[in-house]
Design a protein around this ligand. Structure first.
Ligand code: PLP
Length: 377
C-alpha cells in the first residue's frame, strides 16, 4: 500500500511527465472518425489518473465524483423507485438527510438501524435492496461487524455500500471483506489538505461500474481536473500522513481518557473501546478521528472549541491540520443521538505534544470530574 500510493496512476511512456497534469478543459475537438468528447460525459486523463490510484488501493474499479455526497447519491438515487434501504441511525448527517429525502419523496423506504448491532441489521435485511454502512461511523466512531454484515447481505441478496471515509484505504480494504461498493469522501483523508471537494466509489462488478458511471454522467457529477490533480497529489502521502496521524490519535486518546474534564473517549484504538476487538480483526489501523465527551454543558464544550489555537475549530476532517467540532451543534446529529458535549477531533500530523498542550489549555476551564461523578466509560 505504501508503494501503491506513490506509484499508481502515473504515465509510463518515455518522455511523459511523472504526474498527469491537470487538464483544465471541458470541450475536445471533434475528430473526423466521429470521436467527440466533453468532460462531463467522457472524463479525462486527470480524472482517470486519480481513479487508477484509488482503484489500485481498494482493489477495484474507481469512479471519481465531484463530492462525497455526489458519490453516495449515485448509489442511493440509482436504486429503482420503491426500493428499501437499510441504513444507520447515526451516521454522517448528509447521508441521513439524503436517505430521509428519498423517503420523503416516496422513492425509498428507509429502515434505520444501529449498524453496530449485528442482529438488528440482519433482522432488517429481508426484502431490502441496499445496506449502507459507515466504517467507522461519523461521529460516534462505532465499528460495524463488516464480515458478518456482508455475509448476511449476500445471503439476503442485498447490495452493500460502505462509506470508508474514516477508515481510509490504509486501514480497511472493504471489497476484500465482501462489500459491493466502497465510498470515500476524498475531501477528507485522500485529499488530505482541506483544499478540495471530491468523492469516489470503488466496485468490482463491471455492470455496477457501468451503471454508476452512467449515474455520474446523468447527474453531472464529474469532478474537475484540478481537484483530481490535487487529490492524487494528496494520495501520494496518504500512507505517511496516516501513520503519523494515527500514532498521534492513539496517544491523544490515551491522554484524553485520563483527563479530569473528559467523561468518555470513543476511539477504537483504545483497548477499552467497545469496537476495539472488531476493529482489530477487520482493520489494519484505527483511523485518526477521536470523539470525546467533556464535563459541563453544551455551552462549555462549545467554548472549549473556541479556545483552541493550534487546532482549528471547523467542520470537516482528514487534513494534515487537526480540526475540532461539537457535532451536536447540528440538530440532525443531536437527533441521531450525538451527546451534547461530544467533540469530534480529526487528528492531524502536528507534533503530538503541541496538540496535547493546546487541548489541555482549551479544556482547562471545564469542571473536573470529582469522586462523586459517574465512573468514566
Ligand atoms: N461521508 C462521511 C463519513 C463524511 O464525513 C462526509 C463529509 O463530512 C461525507 C461522506 C460527504 O463528503 P463530501 O463533503 O465530500 O460531500
Amino acid at each position: 500500500m505504501e508503494s501503491i500510493v506513490v506509484a499508481a496512476g502515473r504515465p509510463h511512456e518515455p518522455g511523459a511527465p511523472l504526474s498527469v497534469p491537470p487538464l483544465l478543459n471541458a470541450t475536445f475537438r471533434s475528430a473526423h472518425d466521429g470521436t467527440n468528447a466533453y468532460l462531463r460525459n467522457e472524463s479525462s486523463d486527470s480524472v482517470r489518473a486519480f481513479e487508477q490510484a484509488v482503484g489500485a488501493l481498494e482493489g477495484g474499479t474507481a469512479i471519481a465524483f465531484a463530492s462525497g455526497m455526489a458519490a453516495i447519491a449515485a448509489v442511493v438515487e440509482g436504486l429503482p423507485s420503491g426500493s428499501t434501504v437499510v441504513g444507520p441511525v447515526a451516521a454522517y448527517s448528509g447521508t441521513i438527510s439524503l436517505l430521509a429525502e428519498q423517503q420523503r419523496l416516496g422513492r425509498a423506504t428507509v429502515r434505520s438501524v444501529d449498524i453496530t448491532d449485528t442482529d438488528a441489521v440482519i433482522a432488517a435485511l429481508p426484502g431490502a435492496d441496499l445496506l449502507w454502512v459507515e466504517a467507522l461511523t461519523n461521529p460516534l466512531l462505532g465499528v460495524p461487524d463488516l464480515p458478518a454484515l456482508f455475509d448476511a447481505a449476500r445471503t439476503a441478496g442485498v447490495l452493500v455500500g460502505v462509506d470508508a471515509t474514516f477508515a481510509t484505504p490504509v486501514a480497511l480494504r472493504a471489497l476484500d471483506l465482501g462489500a459491493d461498493v466502497v465510498m470515500h469522501s476524498a475531501t477528507k483523508f485522500l485529499g488530505g489538505h482541506s483544499d478540495l471537494l471530491m468523492g469516489v466509489l470503488v466496485v468490482r462488478a463491471p455492470d455496477l461500474a457501468d451503471s454508476l458511471t452512467a449515474r455520474r454522467r446523468l447527474a453531472g457529477a464529474m469532478p474537475g481536473a484540478l481537484e483530481c490533480f490535487l487529490a492524487l497529489r494528496g494520495v501520494r502521502t496518504l500512507a505517511v500522513r496516516m501513520e503519523r496521524a494515527q500514532a498521534n490519535a492513539i496517544e491523544l486518546a490515551v491522554r484524553l481518557a485520563a483527563h479530569p474534564a473528559v467523561t468518555r473517549v470513543r476511539y477504537p484504538g483504545l483497548p477499552s473501546d467497545p469496537g476495539h476487538e472488531r476493529a482489530s480483526r477487520q482493520q489494519s489501523g484505527f483511523g485518526a478521528v477521536i470523539s470525546f465527551e467533556v464535563t459541563g454543558a453544551a455551552g462549555d464544550a462549545e467554548r472549549a472549541c473556541q479556545r483552541v489555537e493550534l487546532i482549528t475549530h471547523a467542520t470537516s476532517l482528514g487534513g494534515v491540520e487537526s480540526i475540532i467540532e461539537r457535532r451536536a451543534r447540528y440538530d440532525i446529529d443531536a437527533a441521531a443521538g450525538c451527546p451534547p458535549t461530544l467533540l469530534r477531533l480529526s487528528v492531524g500530523i502536528e507534533h503530538v505534544d503541541d496538540l496535547w498542550a493546546d487541548l489541555t489549555q482549551a479544556l482547562a476551564e471545564l469542571p473536573s470530574l470529582t469522586d462523586g461523578d459517574p465512573v468514566r466509560s
